[in-house]
Design a protein around this ligand. Sequence first.
Ligand code: IPE
Ligand code: IPE
Ligand code: MG
Length: 251
Amino acid sequence: MSFKDKIDLNRLPRHVAVIMDGNGRWAKKQGRLRTFGHESGVTSVRETAEAAAELGIENLTLYAFSTENWNRPRHEVEALMHLLIRTINNEMKTLNQNNIRLFAIGNLKALNKNTYKHLLKAIDDTKTNARMNLILALSYSSHDEIVEAAREIAQKVKNNELAVEDINDNTISKHLYTKDFPDPELLIRTSGEYRISNFLMWQLAYAELYFTPKLWPDFRREDFYEAIVNFQCRERRFGRTSEQVSEKVKL
Ligand code: IPE
Ligand code: IPE
Ligand code: MG
């Protein structure tokens, strides 16, 4: 029996975020170059995006490149940028067939001109697709995102467009790159690492965290379904008691 059959389609997370980790170790295990691991990870991206869209998940965010990843050896960074362009171009058909709309979050201006151009074109070419939003986190840093939001908010206060006492939770959310998307309810990280690595720190405040030892290039649809089943077995209490959540006690 597939994990897919155990999924309650009425209780899907609206937004799933994934830290796609372990490409380098996967390649090394086979005596191959790290870049071979990145290339092999593209199949996992396709399978995950298709599985999520078919289930009816509205938003899928994939952490593809962090600002810290700029510090990797130059040839690896260049290979990743080329792979990004190639993948975007190759996957356009699949995105359109699956009615998936592409978005990108992060410091996109830091990408080289050619990568940026291809990315903007793909975003534009999928803008009428409505089944699922596929959000790529590229040159992304959660700290930078929050700093940028703080600057924009401060500027609005300075311009008398916003009163200090009106700044609330929603003000922050609406100044983040993710302002158009709900917060992720589920975060998946592959490769057995137990950390957030500067990813969506504000938005993940109440996300369920799911860690799997599988390395990203080995991650398949079934692994995604398993994560969703695991998510659906959790009791999300948001600070309340278990009794309150299960409505054994009148609220
Ligand atoms: C994730 O795999 C891909 C990126 C960060 C771009 P890694 O390249 O981090 O693989 P490991 O963690 O070194 O195995
Ligand atoms: C996080 O993975 C970034 C991406 C998956 C794109 P890393 O491999 O860069 O994270 P650390 O360095 O292990 O925390
Ligand atoms: Mg890694």
